[in-house]
Design a protein around this ligand. Structure first.
Ligand SMILES: NC(=O)c1ccc[n+]([C@@H]2O[C@H](COP(=O)([O-])OP(=O)(O)OC[C@H]3O[C@@H](n4cnc5c(N)ncnc54)[C@H](OP(=O)(O)O)[C@@H]3O)[C@@H](O)[C@H]2O)c1
Length: 142
């Protein structure tokens, strides 16, 4: 199962798993899918887990490819001058609390016997290309 299957990486992973042929079924969960899953709503995560449990448990591989970097007028800060509490709270809710809630509701669907993997993607600064900038900024601040 791929969560965030409408995203760039999630969509590519879903397609790769579907063509791989090693799994009996491959499921993609989206914010605008059925069942819908919104990381900002624990009830939607619980409902999605119940729905998936009925059709696909036990699951051998769960990949969380969700993430929030910018949107809704919010851009990643490039300096401490730009820190914004509302943006940080939203990023924390989606990038930190969200994956933790996914584990709470989806880890019980993984079998105890044999190999099973729950993987969640994250990023230090959201983009590989920004890492050098982040390091330089950290050096300047210290
Ligand atoms: N691209 C990179 O260079 C890069 C590098 C390192 C790490 N990463 C990490 O890899 C992950 C995926 O990156 P990406 O480039 O594929 O990003 P992306 O194209 O923006 O996809 C992000 C996915 O997260 C979903 N999402 C956002 N908020 C959500 C919410 N409240 N509830 C449920 N789903 C939500 C989006 O759903 P919608 O489709 O409904 O908007 C979308 O499917 C992120 O964690 C990112 O930090 C990316």
């Amino acid at each position: 199962m791929v969560i965030g299957a409408a995203g760039t990486i999630g969509g590519a992973l879903l397609q790769a798993l579907q063509t791989d042929g090693r799994f009996d079924s491959v499921i993609g969960l989206l914010r605008q899918g059925v069942p819908m899953l919104d990381l900002l709503s624990e009830a939607s995560i619980a409902d999605a887990a119940h729905a998936v449990a009925r059709i696909a448990a036990p699951m051998r591989l769960v990949i969380d490819a969700t993430g929030f970097l910018h949107g809704g007028g919010m851009m990643p800060e490039k300096s401490w001058h730009q820190l914004d509490a509302e943006h940080m709270a939203k990023a924390f809710a989606i990038n930190v609390i969200g994956p933790a809630l996914l584990m709470k509701h989806f880890l019980p669907l993984l079998p105890r016997d044999g190999r099973a993997v729950f993987a969640t993607l994250s990023a230090k600064v959201g983009s590989i290309g920004d890492n050098r900038l982040f390091t330089n900024t950290a050096r300047e601040v210290t």
